[in-house]
Design a protein around this ligand. Structure first.
Ligand SMILES: N=c1c2ncn([C@@H]3O[C@H](COP(=O)(O)OP(=O)(O)OP(=O)(O)O)[C@@H](O)[C@H]3O)c2ncn1[C@@H]1O[C@H](COP(=O)(O)O)[C@@H](O)[C@H]1O
Length: 87
């Protein structure tokens, strides 16, 4: 099972290798404004799922929110340690 740290390492690799067809490369290239809109969209979907949907649907939306947060981190060049020190 993939962890938050493992996904982050994978996305860093996508950012440096820039493989054809990577949604992450596309999201990074779209810039921080588009990345922020996606993050907010996913946050809204998490809220709706928490109020109205199944545990599995909620878990899926949360995974997408975590992914979108990581895209913003990588876009800005922020590492995991910088975030973890605030936890
Ligand atoms: N975990 C994710 C992940 N979560 C969410 N998403 C993206 O977010 C989309 C879901 O968001 P929406 O609910 O807005 O669905 P949508 O409106 O149909 O999506 P869009 O048309 O807006 O892209 C998915 O279709 C993916 O494009 C993700 N894209 C990639 N990953 C993982 O990131 C890694 C690298 O992925 P690539 O860069 O695509 O190779 C792989 O391990 C992937 O599993």
């Amino acid at each position: 099972m993939k962890t938050f740290d493992a996904l982050f390492a994978e996305l860093l690799d996508r950012a440096s290798e820039r493989p054809e067809g990577s949604g992450t490369v596309e999201a990074l290239d779209a810039g921080v404004h588009a990345q922020g809109k996606k993050l907010l969209e996913e946050a809204g979907e998490v809220w709706i799922a928490a109020e109205h949907e199944s545990d599995e649907a909620l878990a899926l939306e949360i995974s997408q929110l975590l992914y979108r947060a990581q895209v913003i981190m990588i876009g800005r060049g922020i590492g995991l340690e910088q975030v973890y020190k605030h936890l």
